[in-house]
Write a protein that binds this ligand. Structure first.
Ligand code: X5A
Ligand code: ZN
Length: 665
């Protein structure tokens, strides 16, 4: 390779200036050999070789790679890996693809969280880490202004002693410690920006006590329920000892975050801190699974959004940036986002940085404030006032099921992510609503009404037909905890006040059991109520008088959504349901009980239950979704409810459940 200009005269390379419009020297590392890592029997998997092929095809067809310096990957040397991984971990990754391990490979993979291995895994892992290291070295030396390492397997979940979350070696951490250890490079302070939708748990731990590395991660967290689950990604995880304040987590409370949310975090946290930290170089753990249309991420950053996020970082460390691919599972979205970033690296072109008509969620401001508060002792700039009037929109929207032909989940011809059994859901006519758009784009101020206090004033009857008929089990949804037979605790509602009244009723609907297992109860079917009325049928219902605020929290827990901050069922929804008799909650469509059905009134208070949609009932009938009898512990809970509620004797209750579980739908 020709010697880089800055090595000739020892001055700063002219091309590292940030003059807009100027061509810059950008490296790309891509190597087809990193496609060798794939699932052992060709099972489909989001983290597959097509990801990097799709990126490369896009960069080729758009003529982008011609404007870059392209490098083949080189395998990383063990001595560099050992700076962040244990010897036993290195031995595992080094040997896992050998013939000797063939028979053990799947069993070994099963010991780890979200990991597969095949004959190509070792080589790919060494190449991925080597690619990021090589890119980092060239940028640090000034041979390149910046670089993008198009690598797989990804790295940021890999911990010192174990692979995890599709990651074998922590590519970014290996490159980071390499740069710090090569003293002649003069790199003393590194900013790692992890914008993958998942928390970079591995990287966080590796530099936990290290003030030379400022680790910043923005990720879905949802109070620890999003992958990787637990508290590691919480904003109170700020580092330790000399590393205190050098670990910054921005944990989203909900999905659906987009350009406006990320840019607000950049403007009010990352950029001011980066200015203060003044890094010598920046490494981006560049996952694109927060991109619009990603099947795992559920967020909505556009390629333009990514390019703005990148541009704002290019103002530091004289533009020395290494981007390393992490996640990103919608091939179109992934390729377009990477292309937008590489173009930005190439020309730092002036672009419209403002995002018109889109505002961050109110939850985004809440998270930003919490992070700033947590870290302001270390970064005084974070005590600066936020704008007085924070413009925001309601967190995330109540969306009645209107499956438009071009929803953003179907972005760019990507797969339709609607579960099959929901595709022909009964929907409320748009003309009746205007609610979809209204709430989605609603611009409000955070100072305006808090939905919790509003909805706390309204009572509803929550009508249960399954395990919630047992009062002690239902109270777990209100007060938190775990009742007999449950395999995991519930978090409870925000308002832990017990139901004001309990009452029983029978309704002319069919009770049945379906699905094969749940996280709460383990194997076995769980109860559903056919939303269709049928005068031949009789189902017992236990009604709890709770507030509409509590009802929302129950709804979220019933749909395995741990996000306690979001409003899904509001006053408008209550209005609609009284007329339409049911509302399908689009935002909770992955949950099994997202269909709220109105069952009339009692003492002028609406009775609401939650079950599956009519379309899902059709799925059960046709056999597309399994019908399955309840396991004993689950059935016992229903029986206990019916007996303690004095509705049936024990024998009658057993017969009632047996009938519901065996009678064909
Ligand atoms: C790198 C990355 C995601 C792992 C999800 C496991 N990993 N469910 O995006
Ligand atoms: Zn990810």
């Amino acid at each position: 390779m020709e010697p880089p200009p800055d090595h000739i005269n020892g001055t700063e390379p002219q091309f590292s200036s940030s003059v807009p419009g100027e061509q810059r020297r950008v490296g790309l590392v891509y190597d087809e050999r990193m496609c060798k890592h794939s699932t052992p029997r060709g099972e489909s998997h989001p983290e597959n070789p097509d990801r990097i092929r799709a990126i490369w095809n896009k960069l080729s067809s758009a003529g982008i790679h011609d404007r870059c310096m392209v490098f083949d990957a080189k395998e990383v040397e063990d001595k560099y890996i050992s700076a962040v991984h244990t010897t036993s971990h290195i031995n595992l990754i080094k040997t896992i693809s050998s013939q000797k391990m063939a028979s053990k490979r799947n069993r070994v993979a099963g010991r780890y969280n979200s990991i597969y291995f095949n004959e190509g895994s070792s080589e790919s892992a060494y190449l991925a880490a080597g690619s990021v290291l090589q890119a980092a070295e060239k940028v640090a030396k000034g041979e390149l202004n910046s670089a993008f390492a198009i690598v797989r397997p990804p790295g940021h979940h890999a911990e010192e002693g174990e692979p995890m979350g599709f990651c074998l070696y922590n590519n970014v951490a290996i490159a980071t410690s390499f740069l710090l250890n090569q003293k002649e490079l003069g790199i003393n302070k590194i900013l790692i920006v992890d914008w993958d939708v998942h928390h970079g748990n591995g990287t966080q731990k590796m530099f936990w006590k290290d003030s030379r590395v400022l680790f910043f991660s923005v990720h879905r967290h949802e109070y620890g329920s999003f992958y990787p689950t637990g508290d590691d990604g919480s904003h109170i995880m700020i580092g330790e000892g000399p590393g205190s304040g050098y670990n910054i987590n921005v944990p989203w409370e909900n999905g659906h975050c987009g350009d406006a949310d990320y840019i607000a975090v950049w403007d009010h946290i990352l950029i001011p801190v980066a200015r203060e930290f003044n890094p010598d170089i920046i490494i981006i753990s560049a996952g694109f699974d927060a991109a619009i249309g990603d099947p795992l991420g559920g967020c909505r950053i556009t390629p333009h959004g990514y390019s703005i996020m990148l541009k704002k970082l290019m103002k530091f460390s004289r533009g020395k940036i290494i981007m390393a691919l992490e996640g990103g599972y919608n091939l179109n979205s992934l390729a377009n986002s990477v292309a937008a970033c590489v173009e930005m690296l190439l020309e730092d072109k002036p672009i419209a940085e403002s995002l018109e008509e889109v505002y961050p969620f109110e939850s985004t401001w809440r998270v930003i404030k919490a992070v700033r508060e947590e870290l302001s002792a270390f970064w005084p700039v974070l005590t600066d006032k936020l704008p007085e009037e924070l413009t925001s929109r309601v967190t995330p929207q109540l969306q009645v099921a209107i499956y438009s032909s071009q929803s953003e989940d179907e972005y760019d011809d990507g797969p339709n992510t609607l579960p099959e059994d929901l595709q022909e859901d009964v929907t409320i006519p748009l003309s009746k609503l205007n609610l979809n758009e209204d709430v989605d784009d609603q611009v409000t101020s955070t100072s305006s009404k808090d939905w919790r206090s509003e909805l706390a004033k309204i009572d509803v009857w929550y009508a249960s037909f399954g395990s919630n008929m047992s009062e002690s089990r239902f109270l777990c949804y209100i007060q938190g905890g775990q009742a007999e037979g449950m395999k995991r605790p519930c978090r409870g509602a925000v308002d832990k006040t017990k139901p004001k009244e309990v009452m029983w009723k029978t309704v002319p609907h069919r009770l049945f059991f379906g699905r094969e297992s749940t996280v709460t109860w383990g194997p076995g079917g769980v109860a559903f109520l056919n939303p269709e009325t049928n005068n031949q049928e009789k189902t017992f219902m236990c009604l709890y008088r709770i507030t509409l605020e509590q009802f929302n929290d129950v709804l979220l827990q019933e749909n395995v959504c741990m996000d306690t901050s979001s409003l899904f069922f509001d006053l408008d929804a209550l209005d609609i349901i009284e007329n339409e008799k049911s509302v399908s909650l689009e935002a909770l469509k992955d949950g099994w009980y997202h269909y709220v059905v109105y069952l009339g009134k009692e003492n002028d208070i609406p009775i609401l239950t939650m079950t599956c949609t009519n379309a899902t009932v059709e799925g059960f009938k046709s056999g597309k979704i399994p019908i399955c009898a309840p396991a004993k512990e689950y059935a016992d809970t229903l029986i206990r409810g019916l007996v303690q509620g004095k509705q049936l004797s024990e024998d009658e209750a057993v017969a009632y459940i047996h009938e519901a579980a065996t009678h064909p739908l």
